[in-house]
Design a binder for this molecule. Structure first.
Ligand SMILES: CC(=O)N[C@H]1[C@@H](OP(=O)(O)OP(=O)(O)OC[C@H]2O[C@@H](n3ccc(=O)[nH]c3=O)[C@H](O)[C@@H]2O)O[C@H](CO)[C@@H](O)[C@@H]1O
Length: 372
């Protein structure tokens, strides 16, 4: 099959696209993939690193308030449609899959105008602006939460498939995870990550709790700060961690997150939808501090679905301090029975067959389109 993947800005939109691409290649060896993203997003680095051909278009997102910038955005969108049409005519895909983020707008729209079968995947309960717009043109929609199905009632083929990132972590290699961190296999460690871009509030709380890290004997800590915060955060964390500094690893970004996540004893992070799909697919217990700065506060809804099931502990950012965070970490890491209960609850929420369901949907959509 020839497939175009598009979506991006942040990891939460890129990794679901890559997971769908991987499923297609596994089912149909010899498939050809092209990823179309924005030159400004994280995809420009991640996708070529995976050995996938990458083309970029110049596009920005809409501001929610009226502004001159929105006029420029419309012009860029129209230019993006023209450029996408050129790329699509040259590549001749059998399917175009969009996973949200503004970059997939012109690409999926152009594909639908050219009569190419199209599918979008929505990661969050509340659909993003781009996917809402595209839902009028696409042949199918895959959503991550059942609650989102009615929001796409005008679309021809809507399925509840979970998030394909859940499938991407299934083949994860714990041993490789420990090795990449330089840890002895089996070392218990707490993984703290503020989403694909890092989170200042979380990094600040980590610096505040760092003097207490030594209290938990034998536990290692892996702090992933986000590229833009790395230098300052690393210096501050190492300084504050005192005698436990040798049990602390600080990194800007983790390229092999599935392996590292599979080895982790506890995940502490934001509540982005793709991360949560991975955490539940692997049955990792979590402490979640949802970002308050996202559309419709959707990360809090994501986090509540885990905390209500006993799979995670929810801390609202306004209540976050170093002490609160360390108390919760210690409460889980020093109570194996509690950790095990949370782990079981987490696994029960996982939907690891997600990418396979989406692959079946792609086959169905193509079949229908070409029989018309
Ligand atoms: C601030 C913001 O707009 N956040 C949104 C964004 O989050 P964000 O882009 O942070 O996405 P998620 O937290 O959902 O997922 C991050 C993805 O990046 C990967 N990863 C992350 C860090 C790292 O060092 N290495 C790595 O590989 C994770 O394994 C995961 O696959 O998209 C999500 C959609 O999925 C939304 O739910 C979030 O609300």
């Amino acid at each position: 099959m020839r497939v175009v993947l598009t979506g991006g800005g942040t990891g939460g939109h890129i990794y679901p696209a890559l997971a769908i691409g991987r499923e297609i290649s596994a089912r149909e060896p010899g498939s050809a993939t092209l990823y179309i993203g924005s030159g400004r997003g994280l995809e420009g680095r991640i996708v070529p690193e995976q050995g996938i051909p990458f083309e970029s278009i110049d596009i920005t997102g809409f501001r929610r308030s009226l502004s001159l910038e929105n006029v420029r955005t419309v012009l860029r969108f129209l230019k993006g449609v023209t450029r996408s049409k050129e790329l699509l005519r040259a590549f001749k895909p059998d399917i175009v899959v969009g996973t949200g983020g503004y970059v997939c707008g012109p690409v999926v729209y152009a594909a639908s105008k050219l009569g190419i079968p199209t599918l979008i995947h929505e990661q969050n309960v509340v659909p993003g602006l781009t996917n809402k717009f595209l839902s009028r043109y696409v042949d199918g929609v895959a959503v991550s939460f059942t609650e989102s199905v009615p929001l796409f009632k005008k679309c021809p083929d809507v399925i509840h498939a979970g998030n394909p990132c859940a499938t991407r972590v299934l083949g994860a290699d714990k041993t490789a995870g420990y090795a990449s961190l330089g840890l002895k296999p089996g070392t218990p460690f707490v993984l703290v990550v503020g989403g694909s871009g890092g989170a200042r509030a979380l990094n600040d709380a980590v610096v505040q709790m760092a003097p207490q890290l030594g209290k938990l004997s034998g536990v290692h800590y892996v702090f992933v700060t986000g590229e833009r915060f790395f230098r300052d955060a690393e210096a501050a964390i190492k300084r504050q961690a005192l005698s436990a500094a040798d049990r602390v690893t600080v990194l800007p970004y983790v390229g092999n997150m599935p392996d590292v996540l599979a080895a982790a004893s506890l995940f502490v992070g934001r509540a982005g939808a793709s991360f949560l799909a991975e955490v539940t697919s692997l049955g990792v217990p979590s402490i979640l501090i949802p970002s308050p700065n996202v559309t419709n506060n959707h990360q809090e809804a994501n986090a509540r679905s885990l905390s209500d099931a006993g799979a995670g502990v929810l801390i609202l950012e306004r209540d976050l301090t170093g002490n609160v965070l360390f108390e919760q970490i210690a409460g889980i890491m020093s109570d194996p029975a509690k950790k095990e209960r949370m782990s079981k609850a987490s696994r029960s929420l996982g939907m690891p067959h997600s990418a396979a369901d989406i692959y079946e949907q792609i086959i169905r959509i193509r079949g229908k389109k070409y029989s018309q």
